[in-house]
Design a protein around this ligand. Sequence first.
Ligand code: FES
Length: 105
Amino acid sequence: MERPLFRRLGAAGDDAGPTIYFNGRPIEARLGDSVAAALLAAGVSEFRETAISVAARGPFCMTGACFDCLLRIDGEDNRQSCMIPVRDGMQIEAMVGIRPVDGDA
Ligand code: FES
């Protein structure tokens, strides 16, 4: 039997909070969650791919030190999702390989 890597403590719905969207998928977060915590609790473990080897990465430190949790949040690339609190309606996308910088051909 497969067991989830993370599970929430306490009863579901005790502190239901905002809805965020990961690659278009709605996710019910809880008040006080960071974006990374909300996604991990929803079963999302691959947040980005490395630019060169395209290896999958996900949160490691949850303290803002490792940069493995980078996501595109509300249209802005390379946001440290473990340091950003959820807000209703956030649009979040995985970071995939090399993304052209604005102005590059
Ligand atoms: S998980 Fe390490 S910086 Fe976010």
